[in-house]
Design a protein around this ligand. Structure first.
Ligand SMILES: NC(=O)c1ccc[n+]([C@@H]2O[C@H](COP(=O)([O-])OP(=O)(O)OC[C@H]3O[C@@H](n4cnc5c(N)ncnc54)[C@H](OP(=O)(O)O)[C@@H]3O)[C@@H](O)[C@H]2O)c1
Length: 295
């Protein structure tokens, strides 16, 4: 890094954002965290917490004033409100590193690129420079299983043979930090995955290895999973699309890219390492209150 850059991090209390904050501090950048509730943000020393809400553009203007870069995520499947937020965040010309998704493809109709494609288009049209992190599925998605693993030692779910290239949140953050503090990343669309595909059943076995006791995969009927997901997500179309996607991964595993290593110089972390880093989340022993995640 040349001169010291100051970066505004949206989603700074989230799984990826916390790692971005830590990585920026380690790289010597000035860090401002955009948070809805500074009193409960629990951020490391040296970070300036600025109250703001992505849904309220006026609250973003002061937060972004004078920063060199913005780490942006859009915390909803609905792009409503994103145009005003992107306008406010790019008004000063800061470089935007946007946490997008691998399912955005430039060779398919925009309507199939979901909220991630919509936000990319807004950022592209903003006049700011940008870098898109088109991340594959996060390894943190498997934290959904934590409670059943802690209480039953099993995971009851569908498509145990679906092979995914889940990515460690620290690797997404490492790429984000490079893109926010270094040069040569403007206009790049980085497709980020873990280093290999691992089936869901094998992920569960590796979580068992990390916690030191066997965890079993139990395949359940697709219709049951569908009912549970519709109740949780409230969007049947999204549920059916996701189930169809996972079923396809049984015969055609997700792609694996080497982009994390190309950008950071370090190979992406595998699922075994991720599970070891998150042992406490899956462990049956009571976790001290201070280390428990908020729901
Ligand atoms: N999961 C995947 O497989 C996957 C794959 C590709 C891309 N993505 C994208 O990754 C992002 C999620 O990242 P994550 O897992 O690190 O997030 P997360 O752990 O779910 O945390 C969400 C963060 O967003 C903040 N936030 C929520 N609503 C906000 C608002 N209105 N204004 C300002 N901040 C707000 C939360 O802050 P509070 O403390 O205020 O709640 C929190 O810091 C999403 O945009 C998702 O589409 C996910």
């Amino acid at each position: 890094m040349g001169e010291r850059r100051t970066i505004l991090v949206a989603g700074a209390t989230g799984k990826v954002g916390r790692e971005v904050v830590a990585g920026l501090l380690a790289a010597g950048a000035g860090v401002r965290a955009l948070v809805r509730d500074p009193d409960h943000a629990n951020l490391p020393e040296g970070v300036l917490a600025v109250r703001g809400d992505l849904g309220n553009p006026e609250s973003l203007t002061g937060a972004v004033a004078g920063v060199d870069g913005v780490f942006l995520l859009w915390p909803s499947f609905d792009p409503q409100g994103a145009p005003a937020a992107v306008d406010a965040l790019t008004a000063g010309g800061a470089h935007v590193v946007y946490l997008s998704a691998m399912n955005v493809r430039d060779d398919q109709e925009a309507s199939r690129n979901g909220v991630w494609g919509a936000v990319e288009r807004l950022v592209e049209g903003s006049g700011s420079t940008w870098t898109f992190l088109r991340a594959g599925g996060f390894a943190t998605n498997t934290l959904e299983w934590a409670e059943q693993i802690r209480t039953t030692g099993t995971v009851r779910w569908v498509y145990g043979d679906a092979a995914r290239s889940l990515i460690h949140e620290r690797d997404i953050a490492a790429v984000a930090v490079r893109a926010l503090t270094g040069d040569g990343h403007a206009g790049r669309k980085y497709v980020l995955t873990g280093p290999a595909t691992v089936t869901q059943a094998e992920q569960v076995r590796l979580i068992g290895e990390a916690v030191g006791r066997p965890v079993r995969w139990v395949e359940i009927p697709v219709e049951q999973a569908r009912r549970e997901l519709v109740a949780a997500w409230g969007d049947a179309g999204l549920v059916d699309g996701s189930l169809a996607y996972w079923s396809g991964l049984v015969t055609e595993p997700e792609p694996v890219t080497g982009t994390v290593q190309e950008v950071t110089g370090t190979p992406a972390r595998g699922f075994r390492e991720w599970a070891a880093d998150h042992r406490a989340d899956f462990d049956a022993r009571p976790v001290p209150a201070a280390r428990r995640r908020r729901p």
